[in-house]
Design a binder for this molecule. Structure first.
Ligand code: NAD
Ligand code: TYD
Length: 339
């Protein structure tokens, strides 16, 4: 079995590669990644020593490059993680989101169709459903919830989902789509909320909380997401969408306070800053379809997952310090100073 994992030098893709190396001895894995600011070869250091793993640098939106890669490898499975993934960056620069997330997915779909891939899995997000009101805790996203996007990021991911499903209906390409809630865990780039809190708190720096910190996200430990994708590839029905989430809703301010308390850092580090434009209020996944059809259930509870995550950042300081001392500094200053 030969599997192409795109975006494998990023957060979830790299965790997925390690999950496969540990749990799928029959898989030969090829990672295609452009190594944007979010991609990091150091993340794949251990995988690069494994002879079942190969890394290729390239852009999923470069059709000639993608075509050659598919011609030279007979991929059985393609899992597309490659994306521009940060909502705040999409508000500043939407264009690159359209190129990678839409055009890039289209180029992978065409190559998968041309070279007879047996399963194309599109890794998507619950953000395609828009948001839920804070005062209706009885409402959840199901696979039937209409697409209703808020940010250029979510709009680009929704477009890619629609294109993927169109290739199933029109060309009978065997596809599946998963829509997961917010992930956390090792190798998470420090522009996102949880690693941003951990790395800044460890440096005794202020923690920027948007608005009043009352927006709700549904957190899932990254390994549970990787396991769900593996089960969808193994047993998921072609042409279907699967929502992935573990009923772990938390307000942002609760998450910040939890991490500060694990690290024994003062709440005086919290700084309320101007809200994100178009900020989604609440995400909450109903995972009953994937539980019922595939038997998936999340294994890591938030209280233990967040402790494991904090420990990982404590034990892997060089990984994140190299990032925050690089071009990330300019990004942080641009986004947060005078906010
Ligand atoms: P990430 O930003 O950490 O990693 C993205 C990776 O894609 C990076 O390694 C980057 O170099 C690579 N990449 C970007 N543009 C590329 C291109 N044109 N060609 C090849 N590679 C390219 O993102 P992540 O958080 O790991 O998310 C992975 C996927 O999961 C994304 O599709 C995202 O929409 C989805 N998702 C993320 C979350 C989350 O909480 N992080 C939740 C649900 C779904
Ligand atoms: P983020 O990690 O960017 O994920 P997403 O926007 O995809 O949910 O943000 C999670 C939540 O945390 C979101 O409600 C925005 C908020 N947030 C802050 O309050 N401060 C920050 O510095 C960041 C990056 C996010």
């Amino acid at each position: 079995m030969k599997i192409l994992v795109t975006g494998g030098a990023g957060f979830i893709g790299s965790n997925f590669i390690y999950y496969l190396l540990d749990n799928r001895p029959e898989y030969e894995i090829v990672c295609l990644d452009k190594l944007t600011y979010a991609g990091n070869l150091k993340t794949l250091k251990k995988a690069l020593n494994n002879d079942r793993f190969t890394f290729t640098k390239g852009d999923i939106a470069d059709r000639d490059f993608v075509d050659k890669l598919f011609q030279n490898n007979q991929f059985d499975i393609v899992v597309n993680f490659a994306a521009e993934s940060h909502v705040d960056r999409s508000i500043e620069h939407p264009d690159i989101f359209l190129r990678t997330n839409i055009i890039g997915t289209a180029s992978l779909l065409d190559a998968s169709k041309k070279y007879g891939v047996k399963r194309f899995h599109q890794v998507s997000t619950d953000e395609v459903y828009g948001d839920l009101p804070l005062d209706r805790t009885d409402l959840f996203f199901t696979e039937e919830t209409p697409i209703h996007t808020s940010s250029p990021y979510s709009a680009s991911k929704a477009s890619a989902d629609l294109l993927t499903l169109a290739y199933f209906r029109t060309y009978k390409l065997p596809v599946t789509v998963s829509r997961c809630s917010n992930n956390y865990g090792p190798y998470h780039f420090p522009e996102k909320l949880i690693p941003l809190i951990i790395t800044r708190a460890l440096n005794d720096e202020s923690i920027p909380v948007y608005g009043q910190g009352l927006n709700v996200r549904d957190w899932l430990y990254v390994e549970d997401h990787c396991k769900a994708i593996t089960m969808i590839i193994d047993k998921g029905r072609e042409g279907e969408i699967y929502n992935i989430g573990g009923h772990n809703e938390k307000t942002n301010i609760d998450v910040v306070k939890t991490v500060l308390s694990i690290l024994n850092k003062p709440e005086s580090l919290i700084t309320y800053v101007k809200d994100r434009a178009g900020h989604d209020l609440r995400y909450a996944i109903d995972p009953s379809k994937i539980s019922r059809e595939l038997g998936w259930i999340p294994e890591t509870r938030f209280d233990s997952g967040i402790k494991k995550t904090v420990e990982w950042y404590l034990e892997n300081r060089t990984w994140w310090q190299d990032i925050i001392n690089g071009e990330y500094k300019d990004y942080y200053n641009k986004m947060y100073i005078n906010r």
